[in-house]
Design a protein around this ligand. Structure first.
Ligand SMILES: [Zn+2]
Length: 86
């Protein structure tokens, strides 16, 4: 069975550390309302009153914005260590 997948391949950016927006993935069905865009009002049990979904705002869809935060990794190099003690 074939499956369409979205993925992100990251490489260290030229600017060094900081935040980088990698991409935006659209068209996912909202999992709160199953893509309908509405939920039934639980306050009114006598009839089916539709309220805009609080998660997707009534669109029925969600999108994922992928942001990568680049920060220093690992230990400081040995030749920078202990200089404050001198
Ligand atoms: Zn929704």
């Amino acid at each position: 069975m074939s499956e369409k997948m979205n993925g992100v391949l990251i490489t260290a950016p030229l600017f060094g550390v900081g935040k980088e927006t990698v991409g935006c993935f659209t068209g996912y069905d909202c999992t709160c309302c199953n893509g309908n865009g509405y939920v039934l009002d639980p306050e009114i049990i006598t009839e089916r009153v539709k309220k805009p979904c609080p998660q997707c705002g009534g669109t029925g869809k969600l999108k994922g914005i992928v942001t990568v935060e680049w920060i220093p990794d690992g230990e400081v190099r040995p030749y920078f260590k202990g200089k404050e003690e001198i």
